[in-house]
Every structure is written in C-alpha cells, then in structure tokens.
Design a protein around this ligand. Structure first.
Ligand code: FAD
Ligand code: NAD
Length: 446
C-alpha cells in the first residue's frame, strides 16, 4: 500500500517492455503504480522495433522460401513496398492504445509527458510533480548519429520502416543487427544496396564463419559490401547524396541509413542532480537492478550490462522487479541463457556457450557441426544454405547452439529449454514432439 507521503509505491519513467510487462501484474497485486511516457505507449519494440520490423520482413522471408522451391513452384513474386508499409502500419497501429488500455485496466495511472528526476522520490512532468517510494528508470536507447559533415542527411531505422517509397540506391553504414536486417529488406524490395563496414567484420558477437554465409548470401543477391571503409562526409547535390570515404571512394545514394548503434537515454533525466551513477554504456546497477540511489532502480536497454539488449531481456528484468516490489523475492537477478537472432535471410541465431568460447576451452566443451542441406527435413523445402554448431559440456549436456539457416530462430527456441533447464537423457526421452516438424528435426540433432 502507498505510504502516506508518496502518491505511488512504484513510478516508472518510460513505458517499453522494461516497464509494462512487470508493471501490470504488479498493480494487480494491489501495489499503487504510475507510468510516465513521453512518446508512444509500448516504447521501441511494438512501435519502431521488433513488431514493425518482423511485419516488413515476413514477405521477404516467404519470397526466399518460394524461390528455394524453384522449379517446383515457378513464377516471380514482387515485393510491393507501399503495401508492405501499409500492412505494417495496420499490424502495429493499434498496439499503443491496446497496451495503454491494459495498463489502465490494471489500475495504473499512465501519465503522458517527458519526466525528469527532481529528487530521489520525485519526477517532474511539465508543471506537475509526482512522488513515489520507488522509481524505475526504463528510458531505453536512441540511435547513434555519426559526427561527420553532412550528418543531417543521414536517417535511422524508424525513418527506414516508414519510407513511403523504396529508394533506388540505398547505402547502409554499419554492420550490426539493424544494418543487416534493413539491408536485407531493402534488397528484397528492389533497392540497389551498399553496406559500408568500418572494420572487416559484421555482427561481431556471432560466429564469424556463419556471419560470412549471411554476407555471401546478401552479395549473391546483389548487395555490395565495402569493408574497412570509413565514411568521412556526406554532401547533397540535386537528388544525389555523395558519401566521401577514407579509402578515396565516392559513393552515390538516394538515401542513407546510419545504423552505427544505439546509445542509452541518460541525458536530461536529472541523474547528476540526484546522484544516479551512469556511464556511456548506460545506468549503473547492482545485481538487484538498484542504482547508486537506493530507491531508484533501472530496467531494460538503458542498463549498462553484458546481456543482449533485447525485448526478452527487458521483459525478464521488469518481471524480476515486479517480484521484488511485491515482496516476493530479495534474491539477486539470475539471468537465464538469452538467445538472440538477426532476421536476415538466412537468419543467424545463437544461445548459450558460443563456438569461440567452446573452441578456446576444449577440455570442457565439444563442438558438433551439422550442414543443414544434408538434413532430410530441410531438403523438403530445398534449403540450400546453412550450418549449425551444437556445444556440449563434459557431461554431454547441451550448453549452446549457433545456427545460420532460414529456420534458425525456431531451432534455437525449440532447444532453449534443454539448455536453460539442463535436460539429460531421461528428460529428452520423455519429450515427444509432433512429427514431421522443425521442432522434431531440431531435437533429432542433439
Ligand atoms: C529497429 C529495431 C529492431 C529491433 N528488433 C528486435 C527484435 O527483433 N527482437 C528483440 O528482442 N529486440 C529487438 N529490438 C530491441 C528492442 O526493441 C529493445 O530491446 C526493447 O524495446 C527495450 O525495451 P525498453 O523498455 O528497455 O526500452 P524502450 O522500448 O526503448 O522504452 C523506453 C521508453 O522510454 C521513453 N522515455 C525515454 N525518456 C523518457 C523521459 N524522460 N520521460 C518519459 N519517457 C521517456 C521512450 O519514449 C520509450 O518509449 C529492436 C530495436 C530496434 C531499434
Ligand atoms: N533482431 C534483433 O533482436 C534486433 C534487431 C535490431 C536491433 N536490435 C537491438 O538494437 C540494438 C542496436 O542495434 P544496432 O544494429 O544499431 O547496433 P549494433 O551494435 O548491433 O551495430 C552497430 C554497428 O555499427 C558499427 N559502427 C559503430 N560505430 C561506427 C562508426 N563510427 N562508423 C561506422 N560503423 C560504426 C559497429 O561496428 C556495428 O557493426 C542492439 O542492441 C540490438 O540488440 C536487435
């Protein structure tokens, strides 16, 4: 119950997955909850992240699947970009109201506006102040923008997913999740795509031989990839944008995506004034997600952390805080293995111990590799590319999987419980999956 001196037991700043998944059940337990949001309710994932992206990608993945079935299925499909964006807008358009309704129905006060800490128990929104016993900072990330002449001509992923027409020539700067996913979608929509990498690698956190398969696939489909090339300036003349590089190449584009990363939203929150510690990597927390100010916590992408900055991580943290505030736990947060996937065609996905970690410690780990096209079930859909690597510990428990293939995400999701709960032969024998399916196929591999 709210202490008399405060309006709320818990007040959240930001309303993404780092907040709302835990806030709704928390309010359901009789805790007085408020949420302050400056933009769309739901935050990045539903409005300008995962949901928007996967809707735009669905026809891309399907088109690839159809192409693999040639000559069984013949005829060309064409991706209609305007219709794809309109469909995406239909799919995600109702989400903010839906999430807001759910929160309000749980008894939560949803406050619209930009919030700043005034003191350890108070947040100001415009002329109003709101007080709480505990505060959760869940303000997320914003796109990094290259600091070069002509930076005003660069765009971010939100702009990309709202493009009214697909540009003829599109340059992508960066080699991370956003760069490769958007490049893959633009390529399928008919754009002449160039990816500029400032180093020689893309997706550095993933097993590089598998990443190279994704890059080869993109080049096979006409994408140009420039490595060890730094963009130093952008100019605009007539309808063209010219990119100058440190390799003395000049690139011409109709549209440029700056996909050079995302930075924590820590500025202009009053953190310095109130004494909340943070670095360039985000807000500093202990293993209870508590900041340097006892009653102020952080959740989601804005935390400085080693875990992948993903929606499921943010949900896990918001649920952990829900249990903490409800008095159901005093334990430290204990992250399970968190899988991650890049939605290119083919997908690349991984969870648990990586191939590089396993190969560096051969006394403890064994790596078993499989070539996807050799597998009878993948031959059904004529998958021509793909590999996976299964990592076992000394007791022959599965502790990691990495896969590059059209179905990599479903394979990892299927095998995840074996890794999280350390299934042994007895548990595996009692698993009876539907057959023939990708799930049965995945279990058949281990
Ligand atoms: C293009 C893109 C694609 C992605 N695809 C995937 C994917 O496929 N799978 C996946 O797992 N993850 C994906 N992600 C990552 C995922 O979106 C984030 O991990 C997740 O949204 C983090 O949630 P959050 O609550 O921490 O932050 P956010 O969802 O960013 O929420 C933070 C909220 O705080 C608000 N806010 C900030 N400052 C203030 C303030 N002072 N006052 C009031 N409100 C404030 C913001 O407006 C925002 O709504 C993607 C991200 C992007 C950008
Ligand atoms: N499928 C998914 O789950 C998914 C999809 C999109 C985004 N996300 C999340 O969103 C976040 C942001 O993704 P992202 O792709 O923006 O970041 P990222 O960190 O994955 O990639 C940033 C890329 O920019 C490059 N880069 C950095 N500075 C540069 C510079 N000065 N010049 C040129 N290149 C530079 C890096 O080398 C890297 O390739 C990630 O944390 C990710 O977890 C997840």
């Amino acid at each position: 119950m709210a202490k008399q001196t405060y309006q709320y037991d818990v007040l959240y700043l930001g309303c993404g997955h780092g907040t709302f998944d835990g806030a709704a059940p928390l309010a359901g337990k009789g805790v007085k909850v408020g949420i302050i949001e400056a933009d769309k309710i739901g935050g990045t994932c539903p409005n300008r992240g995962c949901n928007a992206k996967i809707s735009l990608d669905a026809p891309v993945a399907l088109q690839r699947q159809l192409a693999e079935l040639n000559p069984i299925l013949t005829g060309q499909t064409r991706l209609n970009w305007d219709a794809n964006v309109a469909h995406k807008n239909d799919v995600i358009g109702g989400l903010p109201d839906m999430i807001c309704g759910l929160l309000e129905d749980s008894g939560i006060d949803v406050i619209h506006g930009y919030g700043r800490l005034v003191d350890a128990h108070t947040i100001r929104v415009d002329a109003e102040t709101y007080t709480a016993e505990n505060i959760v900072l869940a303000t997320g990330l914003h796109p990094h923008r290259l600091d070069i002449p002509g930076r005003e001509f660069l765009h971010d992923s939100t702009d990309f997913m709202d493009l009214p027409t697909m540009p003829k020539r599109l340059t992508v700067i960066g080699g991370g999740y956003i760069a490769l996913e958007m490049a893959s979608i633009a390529n399928a929509a008919g754009s002449d795509v160039t990816i500029v990498l400032h180093g020689d690698k893309a997706l550095r956190a993933f097993y590089q031989p598998f990443v190279e398969q994704v890059l080869s696939d993109l080049t096979d489909h006409g994408v140009k990839i420039l490595r060890e090339t730094t963009v130093t300036a952008v100019t605009h003349e007539a309808d063209d944008y010219e990119l100058t590089t440190d390799t003395d190449q000049t690139l011409t584009a109709d549209w440029i995506l700056d996909a050079t990363g995302r930075n924590p939203n820590t500025a202009d929150l009053g953190l310095d004034e109130v004494g909340v510690d943070y670095t360039d990597a985000g807000i500093t927390v202990n293993d209870h997600l508590q900041t340097s100010v006892d009653n102020i916590y952080a959740s989601g992408d804005v935390i400085a952390k080693d875990q992948p900055r993903l929606t499921p991580t943010a949900i896990f943290e918001s649920m952990y805080l829900m249990h903490t505030f409800a008095g159901e736990t005093t334990e430290a947060i204990d992250y399970p293995p968190i899988p991650t996937v890049v939605f290119t065609s083919p997908r690349i996905a991984q969870v648990g111990v990586t191939v590089d970690q396993a190969q560096a410690d051969p006394d403890h780990y064994t790596v078993v590799k499989n070539h996807i096209p050799d597998d009878w079930y993948r031959q059904v859909t004529q998958e021509t590319t793909g590999d996976n690597a299964l990592i076992y510990d000394a007791d022959h428990h599965l502790v990691g999987v990495t896969e590059v293939s059209a179905q990599a995400a479903d394979v990892i999701n299927t095998l995840l419980p074996a890794i999280t709960f350390k299934y042994g032969p007895a548990e595996l024998e009692r698993l009876v999956p539907l057959f023939p399916t990708i799930g049965a196929d995945a279990w058949g591999e281990i």
